[in-house]
Design a binder for this molecule. Structure first.
Ligand SMILES: Cc1cc2nc3c(=O)[nH]c(=O)nc-3n(C[C@H](O)[C@H](O)[C@H](O)COP(=O)(O)OP(=O)(O)OC[C@H]3O[C@@H](n4cnc5c(N)ncnc54)[C@H](O)[C@@H]3O)c2cc1C
Length: 505
C-alpha cells in the first residue's frame, strides 16, 4: 500500500489521528489486535470534560496544572481542556454510549478534580466502549488500512534526515519496510518496564526506543505516575511474571472506600485530602504501608452490596482472586501506571524531527507536567490525535525519497525477549519506583551496563537504553516534584507544590 501517513498504535490516540486524517490514506500498524491491545481499552474511570453546572474549561485547566505540580504548559493545557466537551460530542456522534441519567450525561468525581466532570461508560468500562466506537469507525473507513500483529522496530530516515519509513515484522516474523512522508508514534506507555504495573503487554516504551534511535528529543522521562491501588497478587514473590495487575479505580475511594494498614488503621487519616488526596501522595503513603506489612482497601461499609453493579470490572478482578469485596478487605499495592514523559512534541504532536509525530501516552506535549490529572489521558489522545489528523488532511505532503540504510542495531530486542526481563523490571521498580535516591539510581545504571555486556546489547539502544535514559533523567533531578520523589532531597518542595509534594509523606 502507498500510504500518506503511517500510524503506529491503535489505541485512542492512533485511531483519532487515523480517523481525522481521512481521506488521507493511513496505514495503521498495531502490535496486537486493533483497538483492544493497548491501555485505552482498559481505561476505567472515564474522560474529563467540564460539562457540569459551575464548571468551566478554565477550572479544568487549573486543576490539571495544579496536579502536575505547576510543571505543565498552560497554553497546551488550556487548548486540551477547552476541546474536551466537543470531543465527547464527537464520540457520541460516532455512537459511543456514555452513562446517562434523565437524559443527562452522568459526571463522576475523581481525586484532584474540583468538580464532578468524569464522563464514563458502563460504570467502570469506559475504555472498552470508546475503543469499540473508534474501531467500528476505523473499520468502515475506506482510507484506513489496518495491519494487526505488526511489530514496528525501527524508524528510517532519508538523506535529509526526514523520517520516511518504518521497519518491523508481522505475526509470522516476516520483515517489512513501509514508507510514507509522515510517521506517527501512538505506541502508549512504559509500565511494563516495572515489576508492578497496571499496563498491557505492549507498553514497553518501544515507540520511545525507536524515537531515541533516530535522535528525536525525549522529555520528562523521570515523571512516572504510580497508581496507588492495584490489586495485590496473592503470590507477591512472583510478581514480575504476572503481567499486569488489575486496577482498582480511584472512583472506589470516591465512593467512600478507605485505605487501611495491617493494624486496621486508616492509612490516609492524617494527610490533607485523606483518601482522595493527589494520586502521588496516596501512592507514596500506600507504598510506605506496603513495606510495613501491607495495605488494603475497605469498601465494605461505603459500597457494600452495591459493589457488583457499581464497579463490575473491579468486582470481577476481586472475584478472580477469591475475594468478595462486599465482605472482605481488598489487598492493594501501588503500580506503575502512566508515563508523563515521552517524545517531546509541540501542541499538534510534531516531534523535533521532520516527518515524525507522536500522540497519546508516548508523547510529552506539556499537558501533564510532573503528574497526570486522572482521566486526562484518553482526552489528550482524542484532542491532539484529531488536531494532528485534521492538519495532515489539509497539509501538502512531500514525496518520499530513498531511505537511508538502518543503523546496524535495531530496537528489536524487546523486553520480552531478554532473558533478564524479570531482573530488569525489579531493578526499575526498586530504583525508579516510588522512592528514589542517587545511590540506587547510580547502582541501577551500573547494573544495566553489566547486563548489556552479558547479553551483547548496545547499552544506549532498545529497552536497556530507554531504562538508562529514565534513570539518568531521575538522577539529574535531585529535587522532588510531582510524581518524582527523591528520598535524598532535603530541601523543602518548590513553592509548596499543589500536588502535595512533601517529603513527610
Ligand atoms: C488499567 C488502566 C486504566 C486507565 N484508566 C484511565 C481512565 O479512566 N481515563 C484516562 O484518561 N486514562 C486512563 N488510563 C490511561 C490511558 O488508558 C492511557 O494513557 C491511554 O489509553 C493511552 O492511549 P494511547 O493511544 O497513547 O496508547 P494505547 O492505548 O496503550 O495504545 C498503544 C498502541 O500501540 C501499539 N504498539 C505499541 N508498541 C508497538 C510496536 N512496537 N509496533 C506496533 N504497535 C505497537 C499497541 O499494540 C497499541 O495498539 C488507564 C490506564 C490503565 C492501564
Amino acid at each position: 500500500m502507498h500510504a500518506d501517513v503511517i500510524v503506529i498504535g491503535s489505541g485512542v490516540a492512533g485511531l483519532s489521528v487515523a480517523l481525522a486524517a481521512a481521506p488521507r490514506r493511513v496505514l495503521l500498524l498495531s502490535a496486537g489486535r486493533l483497538a483492544v491491545d493497548g491501555a485505552s481499552h482498559w481505561a476505567q474511570g472515564g474522560i474529563a470534560a467540564a460539562l457540569g453546572p459551575g464548571d468551566s474549561a478554565e477550572l479544568h485547566a487549573q486543576d490539571t496544572l495544579a496536579a502536575g505540580a505547576g510543571a505543565g504548559d498552560l497554553a497546551v493545557i488550556r487548548t486540551i481542556c477547552a476541546a474536551a466537551p466537543e470531543a465527547i460530542t464527537w464520540l457520541r456522534g460516532l455512537g459511543c454510549c456514555f452513562d446517562v441519567s434523565a437524559g443527562q450525561l452522568q459526571l463522576g468525581r475523581e481525586a484532584a478534580h474540583s468538580h464532578a466532570r468524569i464522563v464514563h461508560a458502563d460504570g467502570d468500562a469506559t475504555g472498552a466502549e470508546v475503543m469499540r466506537t473508534l474501531a467500528h469507525a476505523a473499520r468502515r473507513s475506506p482510507s484506513i488500512e489496518v495491519q494487526e500483529g505488526f511489530h514496528a522496530c525501527t524508524l528510517l530516515r532519508d538523506q535529509r534526515g526526514r523520517v520516511v519509513a518504518v521497519r518491523g515484522t508481522d505475526a509470522q516474523a516476516r520483515a517489512y519496510v513501509f514508507r510514507a512522508p509522515v510517521c506517527v508514534l501512538a505506541t502508549g506507555g512504559v509500565g511494563r518496564l516495572f515489576a508492578y504495573t497496571t499496563n498491557p503487554k505492549f507498553a514497553q516504551g518501544q515507540g520511545l526506543q525507536m524515537a531515541m534511535q533516530v535522535g528525536a528529543e525525549l522529555a520528562d522521562l523521570e515523571f512516572v505516575q504510580f497508581h496507588p491501588t492495584a490489586l495485590r497478587p496473592s503470590d507477591v514473590t512472583d510478581v514480575a511474571r504476572s503481567g499486569a495487575l488489575p486496577l482498582l479505580s480511584e472512583a472506589l475511594r470516591g465512593a467512600g472506600a478507605v485505605l487501611v494498614n495491617a493494624a486496621g488503621e486508616r492509612v490516609m487519616a492524617a494527610v490533607e485530602g485523606g483518601d482522595l488526596a493527589a494520586r502521588d501522595v496516596v501512592a507514596r503513603a500506600v507504598y510506605a504501608a506496603h513495606l510495613e506489612g501491607g495495605v488494603w482497601l475497605d469498601a465494605r461499609t461505603a459500597i457494600g452490596s452495591a459493589f457488583p453493579h457499581r464497579f463490575p470490572a473491579a468486582f470481577a478482578a476481586c472475584q478472580k482472586q477469591g475475594i468478595d469485596p462486599r465482605l472482605q478487605l481488598i489487598p492493594v499495592v501501588p503500580a506503575a501506571h502512566y508515563h508523563m514523559g515521552g517524545v517531546r512534541t509541540d501542541a499538534l504532536g510534531w516531534s523535533t524531527l521532520p516527518g515524525l509525530a507522536a500522540v497519546g501516552e508516548v508523547a510529552c506535549n506539556g499537558l501533564h507536567g510532573a503528574n497526570r490529572l486522572a482521566s486526562n489521558s484518553l482526552l489528550e489522545g482524542l484532542v491532539i490525535g484529531r488536531r494532528l489528523g485534521a492538519q495532515l488532511r489539509e497539509m501538502s505532503l512531500p514525496r518520499v525519497s530513498d531511505v537511508c540504510p538502518a543503523p546496524a542495531e535495531s530496537t528489536s530486542s524487546d523486553l520480552a525477549q531478554l532473558a533478564v526481563c524479570i531482573e530488569l523490571r525489579s531493578l526499575m521498580w526498586r530504583a525508579m519506583g516510588l522512592q528514589r535516591n542517587a545511590s540506587d539510581l547510580r547502582s541501577a545504571l551500573g547494573r544495566l551496563q553489566d547486563i548489556a555486556v552479558a547479553v551483547s546489547a548496545t547499552p544506549s539502544l532498545g529497552p536497556l537504553g530507554l531504562m538508562a535514559a529514565m534513570l539518568r533523567a531521575a538522577l539529574a533531578r535531585p529535587q522532588s516534584l510531582g510524581a518524582h520523589w527523591r528520598q535524598d532531597d532535603l530541601r523543602p518542595p518548590p513553592g509548596g507544590s499543589a500536588s502535595g509534594c512533601t517529603n513527610a509523606a
